[in-house]
Design a binder for this molecule. Structure first.
Ligand SMILES: CC(C)(COP(=O)(O)OP(=O)(O)OC[C@H]1O[C@@H](n2cnc3c(N)ncnc32)[C@H](O)[C@@H]1OP(=O)(O)O)[C@@H](O)C(=O)NCCC(=O)NCCS
Length: 163
């Protein structure tokens, strides 16, 4: 399996993988592919990686800038991450997350937030942190990973594509 940045020719395959991955997801309204398209069009898609097997895209991960207390302080949001159902539970998601975090570090990212199952994301070091607040969700599902510097405090806002 290869993991590499997306290119223009990947856009339809990425859309297909995201739709397939979230098809039966209980907390999804199946708009994740539209969010990624909007992020790409508005240009805040900071990192977008694909996982490929035999030249077929089977996974995707996106990271975009977030504001904390109204300011971009080099923190990013991980969302969404998608793996084609028949390739799930084989480490593809983990490799996408680890490669994505490496790319965020290379952008000099200071940290990353996400909304997701603590049981899955704790293994990458993500933890709920009471100082970083994302309104409207149970706090244990909003998790942060500090990459450098001090942990900031404040309300976190994603790009308007997530609205
Ligand atoms: C979540 C997802 C990206 C994980 O990718 P993956 O390649 O299947 O996961 P990995 O093979 O890296 O890891 C498998 C492990 O994660 C666990 N896991 C997967 N999804 C999980 C979830 N939603 N909640 C808790 N644990 C989960 C598996 O139980 C397995 O645990 P184990 O290592 O203890 O056996 C993938 O399952 C997916 O695309 N799901 C649908 C879309 C989604 O929910 N995206 C995340 C929200 S943005």
């Amino acid at each position: 399996m290869d993991i590499r940045p997306e290119c223009n020719d990947d856009i339809n395959s990425i859309e297909r993988v995201i739709i397939e991955a979230f098809k039966n997801h209980p907390h999804s309204n199946q708009t994740e592919h539209e969010i990624v398209a909007k992020l790409r069009n508005d240009n805040p898609l900071s990192v977008s990686l694909v996982a490929e097997v035999n030249n077929v895209i089977i996974g995707h991960i996106a990271f975009s800038k977030v504001n904390i207390s109204g300011e971009f302080i080099e923190w990013y949001g991980l969302a969404p991450v998608s793996v084609e159902p028949e390739y799930q539970n084989q480490g593809v998601g983990s490799q996408l997350i680890l490669s994505g975090l490496k790319a965020i570090r290379e952008l000099n990212g200071k940290g990353c937030v996400l909304l997701g199952e603590p049981e899955y994301y704790n293994r990458f070091g993500f933890k709920a942190f009471s100082g970083l607040v994302f309104k409207g969700v149970p706090p244990e599902y909003f998790q942060s990973l500090l990459l450098s510097g001090d942990m900031p405090n404040g309300n976190v806002e994603y790009h308007k594509a997530f609205a």
